[in-house]
Write a protein that binds this ligand. Structure first.
Ligand SMILES: [Zn+2]
Length: 208
C-alpha cells in the first residue's frame, strides 16, 4: 500500500537476505535543483544546515538532506530531511498551520511536534516490502501542536475528539499538507496513522 508508518519507538525489523540485485536504486538529487532548493530556503529566512550525503545498508539513504534549525516556530525531532520536503514543511508551517490556528482556534502555534523524519524501514515495517519514504529522509510524521494559550492539540486524542474547532483545525492542516506535499495521510487513512499525520515527497498525489 502507501507509505504507511509504524508505531514509533520500535526497532525496524531486519530484512532477510535475498538473492539478486539490491531492491532499491539509490537516486541522487539533481545538483542544480538542490542548489535552487537551498536558495529557496535561504530566501525564506530559514536557518538550516546542509548534511553530508549518507548511504546506509538496506537501501536506506539521506541524500541532499538538510536539517532545519529555525523556521520561525520551534519543531521537535526534525533531523535529516530532503530539501524539497524541508521547503514544503516550512511553507506548510507558516502558510497553513498558523493561519488555521488563527482561524479555528483564535491563537498561534508555538510548537509543532513530530515523531521525526528519517527512519530506515519498509512500508508498515513488513519484511521485503518496499522502503518507506522515511528510509530516504523524505517523510515527516506530525503528532501534535502546542498553542500560545497553553492548550495542546494531539492528533491521537483530538482527530476524533469532542472539540469541533480542534477537529476542523486538524483537518485543515492535513488538507493543506496534501496541497504542499506529494502524499498526506491522517488517522482516516489506516490504523497505522492513528496518532500522526504523515507527509512525504514520494510519488503522489494521494491524500487521505
Ligand atoms: Zn510517516
Amino acid at each position: 500500500m502507501l507509505n504507511a508508518c509504524i508505531p514509533h519507538g520500535r526497532t525496524p525489523p531486519r530484512r532477510a537476505p535475498r538473492p539478486g540485485p539490491p531492491p532499491t536504486t539509490i537516486v541522487r538529487p539533481n545538483p542544480q535543483e538542490l542548489t535552487e532548493c537551498h536558495v529557496d530556503l535561504a530566501r525564506a529566512g530559514v536557518q538550516f544546515r546542509v548534511l553530508p550525503d549518507q548511504v546506509f545498508s538496506g537501501g536506506c539513504s539521506a541524500l541532499g538532506a538538510v536539517q532545519l534549525l529555525d523556521i520561525g516556530v520551534p519543531v521537535t525531532n526534525l533531523r535529516a530531511m530532503t530539501c524539497p520536503l524541508a521547503l514544503a514543511f516550512v511553507h506548510w508551517a507558516r502558510e497553513a498551520v498558523q493561519p488555521a490556528a488563527a482561524q479555528y482556534l483564535g491563537t498561534r502555534v508555538t510548537r509543532v511536534e513530530t515523531f521525526g523524519t528519517y527512519s530506515c524501514r519498509t512500508v508498515d515495517s513488513v519484511p521485503g516490502a518496499r522502503l518507506s519514504e522515511h528510509a530516504r529522509a523524505n517523510a515527516v510524521d506530525v503528532s501534535g501542536f502546542t498553542l500560545a494559550d497553553g492548550r495542546h492539540v494531539s492528533v491521537q486524542q483530538d482527530w476524533k475528539g469532542e472539540d469541533e474547532r480542534v477537529r476542523r483545525f486538524l483537518r485543515a492542516v492535513h488538507r493543506e499538507g496534501c496541497r504542499r506535499f506529494a502524499i498526506g495521510l491522517s488517522p482516516d487513512s489506516d490504523a497505522y496513522h492513528y496518532n500522526h499525520m504523515h507527509f512525504d515527497m514520494g510519488r503522489g498525489p494521494y491524500c487521505r
